[in-house]
Design a protein around this ligand. Structure first.
Ligand code: ADP
Ligand code: MG
Length: 657
C-alpha cells in the first residue's frame, strides 16, 4: 500500500531579481497516516517551503509529490484548491483570521468553499467548543488574545474534519503558557487519529511530536521517530483519498454569493470616506444624466403639449429676421405689419381660414397693493379659437370690444395666483401700465414651454394694446390658420409673395419670417438629438472617469487584502471565487454611487421644477439606464483588479507583509 504523502527529490528555487534562492535542494520523505511530524531547523533552512509543498500551497520546480500514490503535480490550481479544502487544515504563525467577521464566520469559512451542505454555523460552534472558546462565540478576532486567536484558527482548520493538519510555527507568536495549551490541543487531535505536520524551531515544541525531521540549507539532515510514538492506528476505511473527486460546489452554493455581497458592503462601510470619494465620479455622472434627462423630457413634453394646443396647420409670421438676432440688418429692415396686412392675408380665401394680428409687450399689472410684471399680449378675435385661449372661466372678447378698444383683460393662472391669491378675479378692476382694466376671464392653463411659463400672461384687445397701452403702431406678428394641413406649403409661399409685394421687399430681403409647425417640430427633434448627444458624452466621460476611480481603489483594496486572499485560497477558494468576491465589491461600490446619484439627480430636478419653475419629468427608463450603467462600470473597471486578486499564488499572498 502506498504512503499517505510521498516526496521524491523535490527542489524549489525562488527568484528575487537577479539572485536565485535554492530553498529546497532535493528533499525525499514519506509521511504515514496518523503521524505527528515536527519539521525543525534554523531560520531559512527551508521548513516553510517544504510545508507549503506538502500542503499543496506551492508546487515544486522539480521532483514528484504523491498523495496516496497519486501524482498531484498534474492538478490544476483549482483542483489543488479542492484538495486543500477537502483534506487539509492550516494553522499559521500569524493566525490569519479575517478581522471584520466574528469568530464563528471565520471558523466556518472553509465550508462556504466546499460542496457540502450542512448547518455550518452549528459545526463552527462545535469546533469552537472543542478548543474551549464557547464563551466567545460572538467576538471578533480583535477582541481575543493571541492564544485565543490561534485556537480560533485551529477550529477553522478542523471544521472540514481534514485528514491532515499543517501547522507553520503555530506557537511562534505565543507565550509559553499559551503555547502549551495549543500543543495540548494538537496532541489531542493526534490522539484522535489526525495526521499533523508542524514546522517549529523550538525543541520544547518539537518534543510533542512523534517524529522529528531536521533540515539544514534545503535538505533533510536527520529524521527520527521516537520510540513508542509510532503512527496512531490507521483509521479503517479512511485511508486513501481520490484527489480528483474533491467536491467544490458551484460559485452560488453555500451562500457564497450572498456572503460576498455582505462582505463587500462591510468593506465599503469600513472605509466610508474612501469609498465615497471613489464613487464620486459615478455619483456626479449619474446625477447629472438623471437631472438632464428629466429636464429634456420635461421640455419635450411641454413643447409637444404646446404644439397640440396650437393645432398643426398654424403659421406664425413675425417681423424681423429668421437669422440670429443682432446680425446687421440696417434701418427699416424689419417689416412693419398693420391690420391691412392681416386683412390682405385673410382674403387669401381658399388657403387661409383665419388670420389674427398680435402685439406683444411687457405690462406692470396692479391689484390693490400687489403688483406683478407679466407678458402682455394684444390679440384679435380669432386668436381665441386659433390658439385655444378661450376661457372656461369667464369669457373671450367680442369683435365689437376689440374694435372699440375696450379696457378688458383675460389673465393667465399664474397672474391669478400672484395677484389675486387664487381668488376669483372676474369683475375686478386692475391697473395695467396705470390704466384701469376689468378682468373678464381666466385663460386656460398651458403649463411650461421649456423654461417659459405660458400662464404668466395677460390678454387684452389688440387695438387697446397698440393705441392705449404699449403705444405701438405696428403689429408684432400675425397668426394664420391654414384651411387644410396639406396647403401649408402653398399658403406659406402665397403669404410670402403677398407681403413682399405689399412692402416692396426684394426676394432676398429677410425682414420677416414665416414659421409653420413642421419647422418647430424639426427644431424640437434636433434639440432632442443635441440633448441626447450631450447626455451621451457626459455619461461616457463621467463613467470613464468614475470607473478609473473605482479601478484605482479596487487595486488598493486587493493589495491591502493580499493576506486575506492568501488565506481564502489556502482554505479552498478557487480563482473564480476570488474574482467574484472582488467584482461584487466593485459593483457594490458603483451601484451605491449610482444609487446616491439617482436620488441626487431626482432631487436636483425636483428643485429645478419647484424653484425655477422648469418643466421636468423623471422617467423610469433613466433610472434603469443609470443603474445598468453603474453595474456595467463596476464589472468593467473591477475586472482587472479582480483578476489580479484571483491570480495571486496562495504562498505569495500568505507571505505578504
Ligand atoms: P524557513 O521556514 O525554514 O525559515 P523558508 O522555507 O521560509 O525557510 O525559506 C527558505 C529560503 O527561501 C529562505 O532563504 C527564504 O528567504 C527563501 N524564500 C522563501 N520564500 C521566498 C519567496 N517567496 N521569495 C523569495 N525567497 C523566498
Ligand atoms: Mg518559515
Amino acid at each position: 500500500m502506498s504512503s499517505m504523502l510521498e516526496l521524491v527529490d523535490v527542489h524549489r528555487t525562488y527568484q528575487i531579481g537577479d539572485s536565485t534562492v535554492h530553498a529546497l535542494r532535493g528533499v525525499s520523505v514519506t509521511i504515514e497516516q496518523g503521524e505527528f511530524v515536527a519539521i525543525m531547523g534554523a531560520s531559512g533552512s527551508g521548513k516553510s517551503s517544504l510545508l507549503q509543498i506538502l500542503g499543496l500551497l506551492d508546487k515544486p520546480d522539480k521532483g514528484e509529490y504523491l498523495i496516496f500514490g497519486n501524482n498531484v503535480n498534474t492538478l490544476s490550481e483549482d483542483e489543488q484548491a479542492g484538495v486543500r479544502n477537502n483534506v487539509a487544515g492550516f494553522v499559521f504563525q500569524q493566525f490569519h483570521l479575517l478581522k471584520r467577521m466574528d469568530i464563528v464566520d471565520n471558523v466556518r469559512l472553509p465550508y462556504i468553499y466546499s460542496g457540502i451542505k450542512e448547518d455550518f454555523r452549528q459545526e463552527a460552534v462545535k469546533r469552537l467548543k472543542m478548543v474551549g472558546l464557547e464563551q466567545r462565540i460572538d467576538h471578533t478576532p480583535n477582541q481575543l488574545s493571541g492564544g485565543e486567536q490561534q485556537r480560533v484558527a485551529i477550529a477553522r482548520a478542523l471544521v472540514r474534519d481534514p485528514l491532515i493538519i499543517f501547522a507553520d510555527e503555530p506557537t511562534g507568536n505565543l507565550d509559553t503558557k499559551n503555547s502549551a495549551e495549543i500543543m495540548k490541543i494538537l496532541q489531542g487531535l493526534h490522539a484522535e487519529g489526525k495526521t499533523i505536520i508542524m514546522v517549529t524551531h523550538e525543541n520544547e515544541i518539537a518534543a510533542y511530536a512523534g517524529r522529528v525531521i531536521a533540515m539544514r540549507d534545503g535538505i533533510i539532515v536527520s529524521d527520527e521517530r521516537k520510540p513508542g510514538m509510532e503512527p496512531t492506528a490507521k483509521v479503517a476505511g479512511e485511508s486513501g483519498f481520490d484527489i480528483r473527486s474533491a467536491e467544490m460546489g458551484s460559485l452560488w452554493q453555500n451562500g457564497r454569493f450572498i456572503g460576498f455581497i455582505a462582505q463587500a458592503f462591510q468593506a465599503i462601510l469600513a472605509n466610508k470616506m474612501r469609498s465615497f470619494l471613489s464613487v464620486l465620479g459615478i455619483l456626479v455622472g449619474v446625477a447629472s444624466v438623471i437631472a438632464m434627462m428629466a429636464l429634456g423630457d420635461g421640455a419635450k413634453e411641454a413643447m409637444q403639449e404646446q404644439l397640440k394646443s396650437m393645432g398643426s396647420n398654424m403659421l406664425s409670421i413675425r417681423a424681423g429676421s429668421a437669422k440670429i438676432r443682432g446680425a446687421a440688418q440696417g434701418a427699416g429692415a424689419i417689416a412693419r405689419f398693420t391690420f391691412l396686412d392681416v386683412d390682405a392675408i385673410a382674403s387669401l380665401h381658399t388657403l387661409v381660414k383665419n388670420a389674427s394680428g398680435v402685439v406683444n409687450g411687457n405690462g406692470m399689472i396692479v391689484f390693490g397693493n400687489k403688483n406683478w410684471t407679466t407678458s402682455l399680449n394684444g390679440v384679435g378675435y380669432d386668436y381665441g379659437t386659433m390658439r385655444a385661449t378661450i376661457p372656461s372661466i369667464g369669457r373671450w372678447f367680442t369683435p365689437e370690444e376689440i374694435q372699440t378698444r375696450q379696457k378688458l383683460a383675460i389673465v393667465g393662472v399664474t397672474v391669478v395666483k400672484q395677484l389675486f391669491d387664487n381668488t376669483n378675479p372676474i369683475g375686478k378692476t386692475v391697473k395695467i401700465n396705470r390704466i384701469n382694466f376689468t378682468v373678464i376671464g381666466i385663460a386656460p392653463a398651458k403649463g411650461f414651454s421649456g423654461p417659459q411659463d405660458q400662464d404668466d400672461v395677460v390678454f387684452i384687445p389688440v387695438t387697446t394694446a397698440m393705441y392705449r397701452v404699449l403705444g405701438k403702431t405696428y403689429l408684432s406678428g400675425i397668426f394664420v390658420e391654414v384651411a387644410q394641413p396639406n396647403l401649408i406649403q402653398r399658403t406659406t409661399s402665397a403669404i410670402n409673395e403677398l407681403i413682399r409685394k405689399r412692402h416692396r421687399l426684394k426676394a432676398d430681403d429677410d425682414s420677416f419670417n414665416i414659421r409653420d409647425m413642421t419647422e418647430v417640430q424639426q427644431m424640437l427633434s434636433s434639440t432632442t438629438q443635441t440633448m441626447s448627444l450631450l447626455l451621451g458624452s457626459i455619461a461616457a466621460i463621467s463613467l470613464v472617469v468614475g470607473g478609473i476611480g473605482i479601478m484605482n481603489i479596487m487595486l488598493v483594496s486587493v493589495t491591502e487584502r493580499t493576506r486575506e486572499i492568501g488565506l481564502r485560497k489556502a482554505i479552498g477558494a478557487r480563482k473564480n471565487d476570488i474574482m467574484l468576491q472582488f467584482l461584487v465589491e466593485s459593483v457594490g461600490m458603483t451601484v451605491s454611487g449610482g444609487f446616491i446619484g439617482i436620488i441626487l439627480g431626482i432631487g436636483v430636478s425636483l428643485i429645478l421644477s419647484f424653484f425655477a419653475g422648469w418643466a421636468v419629468k423623471t422617467s423610469l427608463i433613466s433610472v434603469v439606464l443609470a443603474t445598468a450603467f453603474s453595474v456595467l462600470t463596476g464589472i468593467f473597471f473591477g475586472l482587472w483588479p479582480a483578476r489580479k486578486a484571483a491570480d495571486l499564488k496562495p504562498v505569495e499572498a500568505l507571505r505578504y507583509e
